[in-house]
Design a protein around this ligand. Structure first.
Ligand SMILES: Nc1ncnc2c1ncn2[C@@H]1O[C@H](COP(=O)(O)OP(=O)(O)OP(=O)(O)O)[C@@H](O)[C@H]1O
Length: 573
């Protein structure tokens, strides 16, 4: 991204907090931090003046003046210490408040309208590792933006303050070259400017590759961490397969990208360190050498010499903002790129709904599909020209060979799958419940796992206990307050029965069961379907399944063929 675009994107991301409902608190904190920052510059100026006096009294062997100077220094140092501590406190307070606001905002955008699911179909580079972007990149963006802007402000005010001092102290330098005489007023200021311009030019020239390298580093770090998380997530399956070596190879492959990237970074950092260290050290000699002609000519005293070199140091140091902060600026630009890419991807989802769908999806009272063709992401057709009308009173079973598109049809009816042509009318999602083969189990209490995602009506523990008993899970009645990773604790069959307890708790009008009883024996499957029929007689069931035994709970059967054709028949019992 070009510099202007980076700044515009950073402004777009950063300004929200300062114009949000928390704007009063935001501006107040910012004002306090800036004021303390300015006060710190003022103390530095006072210290510079003190330095001039101090060396002067030393040179004059003025003992009383010496003691007074020490007392002034102690007073200034105490103020400096207190103000620095307060400035750090308020800066970090602003940082965490800003981060909290921005994290909420990114989280809301990511979870809104199922973007977290649909993002997988977007340009992968712009939306990889959203977890890292929300946790790490937001934190880095806020802390680096604050740090860099406050440092920049501090340096600007320092430069302005010390330019005045340095200008007054520099006096007039008379230079004779080839018979011409030049008189340079405030020559130390010009020297500081020229020195800083040269330093900045070479730093930007050598350090430029760091921007892309830092961007890649964030991505490789996230990929490596994700490969480790997957081992933790699938530990049982990996252990059963004995996949340790394969996982080690996979994790190390991700890590090798990190190492290669880091090697490139240290190459650039090495050159930058040489440059900045040389720059800082030469500055000391440069300042003394530039000021010395007037000292040796007896125009200034030792105290003034020290004061001039100190003032030169502050001006040149302030002008060297880019040089000192180049690594941070490169890191910040990479973070802005990543966060902006993420934001743009989510905005694209909202505008274009990111799909090749030419079809329309409406909310209606029934399921209605007219001439609907459903495609894979690679545009290969799965189901062609499907016509289906399912009123609330009817239940449907979808059958067909593995991979023919049964689950994709269910996802289309859930409004998740957008790769289709034709017109689709689906029931209100608030009246529907979709139960996949492996139901989602949050890491929470068993009660909350049963209520997932939430439950509006009041339900007592006795009712839950009775439902658990009915679903053949009596031993869990007394474990409702137990907190755990239920996806790992429960067997798949138990999880599928928990999903049926959820169905009975939520009482949906439309129930989509995608192989939701695949891990149950025939007896348990019959009990589960029987419970739904008995307690939710008005609920329409749309099942996906291979077993003949569930046919009888449905009136219609939609069979999908591998060649994309389909047939709809009444179920004969
Ligand atoms: N996100 C995706 N990206 C790429 N291909 C996909 C995606 N989702 C589904 N597919 C492909 O679409 C085809 C249909 O998948 P789907 O899960 O609908 O089949 P299915 O009939 O339910 O199979 P099964 O009976 O084995 O569960 C498969 O070939 C699958 O690989």
């Amino acid at each position: 991204m070009r510099r202007g675009v980076v700044l515009r994107s950073a402004w777009k991301m950063g300004r929200g907090y300062f114009f949000s409902e928390s704007k009063k608190e935001a501006w107040l904190l910012l004002l306090i931090v800036i004021s303390l920052n300015l006060f710190l510059v003022y103390i530095t100026v006072e210290l510079n003046i003190w330095q001039g006096n101090f060396y002067q009294v030393l040179q004059l062997k003025d003992h009383r003046g010496f003691l007074e100077a020490i007392a002034i220094y102690a007073g200034l140092a105490i103020i400096l210490i207190v103000v620095k501590g307060a400035q750090t406190y308020f800066r970090l307070l602003l940082q965490i408040n800003w981060r909290r606001w921005l994290t909420k905002e990114y989280l809301r955008r990511w979870l809104d309208r199922k973007s977290y699911y649909r993002l997988q179909f977007v340009h992968k580079d712009y939306a990889d590792n959203p977890d890292q972007r929300i946790s790490e990149d937001v934190d880095l963006f806020v802390s680096l933006t604050l740090r860099l802007s406050l440092d920049c402000l501090h340096d600007m005010i320092t430069v302005i303050s010390f330019v005045v001092i340095l200008w007054n102290l520099s006096g007039l330098l008379v230079v004779a070259i080839f018979g011409y005489t030049f008189m340079i007023q405030g020559y130390m200021v010009w020297a500081a400017f020229i020195y800083a311009i040269f330093g900045t030019y070479f730093t930007v020239k050598f350090g430029k590759p760091l921007i892309q390298l830092d961007y890649d580093k964030q991505k490789y770090e996230a990929d490596f961490r994700y490969s480790l998380i997957r081992v933790r997530e699938y530990s049982e399956s990996i252990a059963l397969y004995g996949g340790e070596l394969a996982e080690e190879k996979n994790c190390l492959a991700h890590f090798s990208y990190l190492v290669r990237n880091f090697r490139q970074i240290i190459q650039v950092r090495k050159q930058l360190t040489w440059l900045t260290t040389a720059y800082a050290h030469i500055a000391v000699v440069f300042a003394v050498a530039a000021a010395s002609p007037r000292y040796f000519a007896g125009k200034i005293q030792l105290g003034q010499l020290f004061q001039i070199t100190d003032a030169f140091y502050h001006v040149q140091n302030g002008l060297s903002f880019i040089i000192d902060s180049f690594t941070k600026v490169a890191h910040w630009r990479a973070v802005v790129n990543r966060l902006n890419g993420f934001l743009v991807s989510m905005e694209e989802l909202d505008i274009k709904m990111i799909s090749s769908s030419r079809g329309e999806c409406k909310i209606g009272s029934d399921i209605h599909l007219s001439q609907v063709s459903i495609y894979k992401p690679d545009k290969i057709v799965l189901i062609k020209g499907l016509k289906l009308h399912l009123p609330k009173s009817k239940s449907l079973i979808v059958t067909g060979a593995s991979g023919c598109g049964k689950s994709t049809l269910v996802k289309t009816l859930a409004g998740l799958w957008k790769n289709y042509d034709g017109n689709v009318s689906i029931p209100n999602p608030r009246e529907s419940l979709f139960v996949p083969q492996k139901p989602y189990m949050p890491i929470d209490t068993l009660r909350n796992a049963l209520f997932y995602p939430d439950i509006k009506r009041k339900i007592t523990d006795e009712e839950i206990g009775s439902l658990l008993e009915k679903c053949c899970l009596p031993s869990f009645k007394n474990r409702l307050n137990e907190f755990g990773d239920w996806g790992k604790i429960l067997s798949l069959g138990e999880q599928q029965r928990i999903a049926f307890v959820r169905i009975l708790i939520h009482q949906p009008k439309w129930l989509f069961l995608d192989e939701a009883t695949s891990a149950l024996d025939e007896v348990n499957q019959e009990i589960m379907y029987g419970l739904v029929k008995k307690f939710l007689p008005d609920t329409a069931i749309i099942s996906v399944g291979h077993r003949q035994s569930i046919m009888r709970y449905h009136q219609l059967c939609l069979n999908i063929e591998k060649d994309t054709s389909w047939s709809l028949k009444a179920v004969k019992i």
